[in-house]
Write a protein that binds this ligand. Structure first.
Ligand code: HSE
Length: 285
């Protein structure tokens, strides 16, 4: 008997990018890879610290489109699980993409993934790669990173749950904070599209979510404040945190990595992760 099989690779992502709460994200070259094989019985095979039953997020993504009873899911990943790098979005997108390809469904994967994840930013970047701007209507505008822009991640050992970080947010914000974020978000996108890294640096400031979550990860918050003094363009809390996305000009990345390694000693890993142009990809049939 020929076993139907798919291998799907999906990138990690950093959401919010400072002022773009629940709207902006960028794909990063760390990946979840899933081999789905029709063996005749359900199984999840992985060394990762994730559920091996129907609660597994790859399986939940798959089962949004088709029952998983006859399929084995072999999951590997280079995406840190401590929080802020879109690992849950990548897993959901991997399951959805595998089912969509196996059963030739041509489903609206962005709509399914957004419903499962609760917000569109990480799933849009995981599906499409590059940088994404997501509107509440569901429309996504995508573009590529400008030349010379690089990313370094500071990944704390201690995890923070996204649900906890979302619970820390206020229901309403002052008009002045909303205005500041509109301005910075526009400057950030203009800077990225025009390749103006000084404008990118100006556009990284946030007033809507980072200040309200800083108490959950004080060392990450302090690093965001200090990043420019270490030679970076700036830094943002990656998604709901605690990971920090440090933005650099390629000529300065080496020195910034050295400074970050000293700064993160004992509480976080420092990982170079290029921005990723490719989104979810079916690599083998
Ligand atoms: N935009 C989301 C947040 C990303 O900041 O809560 C985390 O999944």
């Amino acid at each position: 008997m020929t076993h139907r099989r798919r291998v799907v690779r999906v990138p990690a992502s950093s959401a919010n990018l400072g002022p773009g709460f629940d709207a902006f994200a960028a794909a990063l070259a760390l990946h979840v890879e899933v081999e789905v094989v029709e063996t005749g019985r359900f199984a999840v095979v992985t060394d990762l610290d994730v559920a091996r039953d129907r609660r597994n997020l790859v399986v939940r993504g798959f089962e949004a489109l088709h029952p998983a009873d006859a399929f084995e899911f072999r999951i590997t990943s280079t995406v840190p699980l401590s929080g802020g790098l879109g690992s849950s979005a990548a897993a959901l997108v991997a399951g959805l993409t595998a089912a969509d390809s196996l059963f030739e469904l041509d489903a609206d994967l962005l709509a399914h993934a957004t419903r499962l994840e609760g917000h569109p930013d990480n799933v849009a970047a995981a599906l499409q790669g590059g940088f994404v701007v997501c509107a509440p209507s569901g429309h996504v505008a995508r573009f590529d990173a400008p030349a010379g822009l690089e990313a370094v991640l500071v990944v704390p050992y201690e995890a923070v749950r996204t649900s906890q970080a979302r619970a820390a947010l206020p229901a309403e914000v002052p008009m002045a904070d909303a205005v500041a974020n509109v301005a910075h978000a526009a400057q950030l996108v203009l800077g990225l599209v025009q390749g103006d890294l000084d404008l990118v640096a100006r556009g990284l400031e946030d007033h809507l979510h980072q200040p309200h979550r800083a108490h959950l990860y004080p060392r990450s918050a302090e690093l965001v404040r200090e990043a420019r003094s270490l030679g970076a363009l700036g830094a943002t809390i990656s998604g709901a945190g605690p990971t920090v996305l440090v933005w650099t000009h390629f000529e300065h990345t080496g020195g910034v990595v050295e400074a970050l390694r000293r700064r993160a000693d004992g509480w976080a890993d420092v990982v170079r992760a290029p921005f990723e142009t490719r989104g979810a990809d079916v690599r083998a049939l």
